[in-house]
Write a protein that binds this ligand. Structure first.
Ligand code: BJW
Ligand code: ZN
Length: 301
């Protein structure tokens, strides 16, 4: 292997993982984790961009010593001593509220639905009104469940850390319902509806009715970021800036698979901060000398 590239991956926390574990053929661009991380759209890995070649398929497992596996108290101490903290969340944080994640566990959403049908603009248009009803049911389900201890703990952290920002990929509003106010939403918000054509925002109308915009007659959709759509510019700017300047970024309940959001922890690792990963599954997670991996669920009671 090219040791320069591998060392860069080590330092950035961009994981190497065993061969044969790539999630190809899942309809999400057909890429494996490494492909996605090595060449984010528009932001290719500097090393590979420079050398103009594909990222090789590493077959190394990270040495255990490269990442710390702290006990809860050590992780808590790291958090207490940080004066600038970013919490970066994904669907796993809402799992203990009863909402399925996208990719993990038996009830993962993408196990049951073809994401091409609903989570891509072209698929959504083609499969309306079924796609509309699918999102509408998810919006209703999100309203029925309650924030769990993880949401509450993150909301409480906001009041204790001088410089705090929650950067979430979640669209279910549970962080806000738990009391978080310093929130940046990268993937939009499911309780809102937007017109494909005129961009008018509204609340969910009768889900049984036709998804048609009252102003222009265009097709309605949830105000979430689907695949191949760009993330809100200002939200990404704020997230990048906070990730760049924080002492600690806590990545909770996300597979860290979807770009460009997955770059946020990497921004911290390339800067001066450390990363604490909280997840029951560390496969494909950031790792390296500045990473602590706390294996387990987010919402301990
Ligand atoms: C627990 C737990 C417990 C369980 N406690 N934890 C090839 C290479 C590189 C990039 C691409 C590529 N092909 C395509 C792309 C780009 C694409 C992308 O990244 N794809 C990859 C998946 C390959 N990205 C995009 O398209 C983005 N836009 C973009 O790049 O624009 C430029 C462009 C233009 C034109 C063409 C191509 C690019 C947009 C991404 C938008 C993502 N939107 C979604 C929602 C869709 C709508 C919907 O249905 O809601 O956002 S997808 C979905 O994934 C959702 C989530 O926010 C996001 C992240 O998922 P998350 O939250 O991490 O959930 P899971 O399920 O993945 O993980 C759950 C985790 O919880 C697991 O780790 C569990 O272990 C853990 N867990 N229980 C704690 N109790
Ligand atoms: Zn309209």
């Amino acid at each position: 292997r090219d040791s320069g590239e591998a060392d860069e991956a080590f330092e950035s926390g961009r994981g190497l993982r065993p061969q044969g574990t790539c999630e190809s053929g899942n309809g999400e661009g057909g890429g494996c984790y490494r492909e996605a991380h090595g060449r984010s759209p528009g932001k290719s890995s500097p090393t590979n961009a420079r050398k103009g070649r594909r990222t090789p398929h590493y077959s190394l497992m990270p040495p255990a010593s490269m990442s710390q596996v702290p006990d809860l108290e050590t992780a808590a101490e790291r958090l207490r001593s940080a004066s600038s903290v970013v919490v970066f969340t994904g669907a796993g944080v809402s799992a203990e509220s009863g909402l399925p994640t996208f990719r993990s566990g038996g009830d993962a959403m993408w196990r049951h639905e073809d994401i091409q049908n609903y989570a891509y603009p072209a698929g959504y248009r083609l499969h309306a009104p079924k796609s509309w009803q699918w999102y509408s049911q998810r919006a209703a389900a999100a309203l029925k469940v309650q924030p769990n201890p993880a949401h509450h703990a993150i909301a409480a952290m906001e009041g204790r850390v001088a410089d705090f920002l929650l950067v979430t990929q979640n669209i279910d509003n549970l962080h806000q319902r738990a009391g978080s106010t310093k929130v940046v939403e990268l993937h939009g918000n499911l309780p809102r509806v937007r017109c494909f054509d005129c961009d008018a925002l509204s609340d969910w109308p009768d889900p049984a009715g036709n998804p048609v915009c009252e102003s222009c007659g265009g097709l309605l959709r949830p105000d979430v970021v689907m695949f191949e759509e760009t993330l809100p510019y200002e939200a990404m700017e704020r997230a990048h800036e906070a990730a760049r300047s924080c002492d600690l970024l806590v990545s909770v309940g996300t597979s860290n698979l979807v770009w460009p959001a997955a770059e946020i922890p990497q921004v911290t690792l390339r800067s001066r901060g450390h990363v604490l990963v909280v997840n029951p599954d560390m496969e494909g997670q950031p790792w390296g000398r500045k990473v602590m991996q706390l294996r387990g669920p987010a919402g301990l009671p």
